[in-house]
Design a protein. Sequence first.
Lengths: 365, 503
Amino acid sequence: MTTTDTPRAQADRTYPSYAKALWQRVLLTREFAVIALLLIVFFYSRSEIPNFDGPLTIYYLLLDVAPILLIALPMTLVIITGEIDLSVASVVGLSSVLVGDLHQGGMSIPMAALVAILVGVLCGAFNGFLVAYVGLPSLAVTIGTLALYRGLAVGLLGTTAITDFPEKWTDLAKDRIGDSSYPVIVIPILVLVILFVLLLHFTPFGRGVFDIGLNDEAAHFSGVNVARTKFWLFVMAGAVSAFAGIYFTLRFGSSRGDNATGMELQVIAAVLLGGVSIFGGRGALHGVLAGVLLIGVLQSALRLDDVSANVINIIIGILLIASVMSTSFLTFVARTTAGMKRRASDGSPERRQRQASAHHEGNNS
Amino acid sequence: MNANGAVALQLVQVRKSFGPVMALRSGSLTVCSGSIHALVGENGAGKSTLVKIVAGLYQRDGGDFLLHGESVDFSSTAASKDAGIAVIYQEPTLFPDLSVTENLFMGRQPVGAGRRIDRKAMHEEATALFSRLGVSLDPRRLAEGLSIADQQIIEIAKAISLDASVLIMDEPTAALSGVEVDRLFAVARSLRDEGRALVFISHRFEEVFDLCDTVTVMRDGEYVSTDAIAETTPAAIVSKMVGREVAELFPKTPATIGEPVLQVAGLESAGVFHDVSFEVRSGEIVALAGLVGAGRSEIARAVFGVDGYDAGTVTLNGTAVRPRSPRAAIRAGMGFVPEDRRQQGLVTEASVAHNVAAVIRTKLSRLGLITRSAENRAAGPWSGRLEVKTNALDMHATTMSGGNQQKVVIAKWLATDPSLLIIDEPTRGIDVGTKSEVHRLISELAGQGMAILMISSELPEVLGMADRVLVVCEGRITADIDRADATPESVMTAATNTIGAAS
């Protein structure tokens, strides 16, 4: 560092809060790029794809993405800490089987749902215990529990399905809010979205989540309880997955051990598409919501356009790769343009060089 | 300028910029054969850039670069090596799974009949090299687990086997203990006597004045001066480096020493430290001195709860602190500026505000919720008080210099208003100007009644700052020396008192 100040400056320095203007901070982000893409795809589909503007499109779209949307919320936090939970879809299956089995055994749906959620909490706690307190890698742990929980689910019910649910409950899962085209599931989703947004972006706990993902050692040194934070995130993932399982069961009126097989990958794809870094430390929930909805809108529009499911998967796969690539591409562009701008408007070269060289060597030595 | 020996390496007004960043504006350096030339300057003065140009890592944008009188242009590090230049970095990178010998001859193994590697010849030459350097190092052992000092010796041996005429050592002593430094210096002197040219980069003046015969000062990417060591003084060099008079390197102001704040009793951790008992009073600066690896940092980490301990108690302001919990230590009123800023001190990829507010988040929350603006409001004044150099509070700490990062770390802990601040290597890797700012700050904090536990490997810092010096040797406190009685000799004697030879 170079300084020409006297070491004991009397006046304290003050700083602007932000280096860039508000619009730059809001618009030039990956999250906003996903939101923009979502809007473009949505409005394009509405004007160009036949039947997309029909009254049922949004309704079915939301019904379809609801479980992914729900699980994406805790998954975002888990991935931001640098971990991953691959067992979520198996918890969906297990919870689905439990609801069916317990209801068949005479339990009321709310009681069965409560038990399913408690089991989801236990599943998450088991993951969390192994990852946070035993210190095993979450990838390995949750590959294991993916098989374990799915195995329990299929073991409990065999290959049969329970389809005998009271209409009161299966209708609720498909009900609309008043006369709107929004299904009732939107209400718990909104509540959870608000809770998770507050938790991740507006609490000390959420700040700790980012710290852990960027540098867990420094987080530990600053008093962040790394193990406890991770443990609770896995518990949340378990609980929300179980809730999604209950919804899944009632919506299709079917409780099966293989319900939602492979959904974990759809959830993770949506989270990554929403701008969350797989390496941890970076991401925001508005991006993830846009990511989930973008996949939903694309699927719905392409299906209406009679595109086959395989082609839809290919398109979504390419989109995911492009979005992950775009991060490095955007950084590259930002660095080059910033460099050119500075060179073009180099007002006081002397001072700038001095600051710059200070930075430069600070990085190297 | 040194008269004996011809000019080996000469750089004249060398320039180098990275995009808009001018890292080196006018770097000049003239090094003669048979001399050890010190290159000093604050962080950001351009030393590293200059070295990297010589090493062939960077290509210069302008200026002259002569080797033995001939203009050269290295397009790669290999070209520089071929021309007889060797650079020994602070932390050499060896192949840990290969033997010392294999590392020495990496990429140029001697081959015998049938193009097979001649291991015998390799070992013989390695043994010969080490005996020539006067060091005992088993050429057959794996490089894994070698001390940094030994790794540097291997790099030097490699340079000699390549018959390098110019050796550049970039802060080689930063991570070495006293004995290791002595061995390195002995090797360096013998190389000088063989007629090689050596460039030695260091932040430690006592070493520069001990080892070198000529010193070149750089500042802000420019050449400032070259003097014979015999004709200059540390004070003169410092003022040239910073471009101003640094009134006093260790501005210790007297403070009223009050009640005990931290009391550590019988702290024990198997194999790490034993029966550690001491106290730190309010307004008192206590230094933990000793060799690298003596267990000083480990004691501090245990006190703060980052690591656990097997027995003993830590009491802060009369209440016992729960072990193994930095959170509990923070709540009790401790702050801890760790040794490794980038890895432990801060989250470099997060903003200044995020870092400064990291520990006081709960306090900044309303109804459990925290906002960016609350963090900014809290971080602004603390950054300002420490004169952190940044354009805005949302700038990441990644791009900052070491000194600036250290200010962010200190700001973070001062924001918690601790009654005890533990500072591990407060000024490691920090330039002279910021160093004295940090020292003044520590002294001011003690003046306000804070208890300070400082760990430092720099003896002048220990002697200049501390009210009391606790010397740690092999995990035990071997001496408790008052400021008045602390001398380099008394501290070093205690630091080495149970071990005959540290190497």
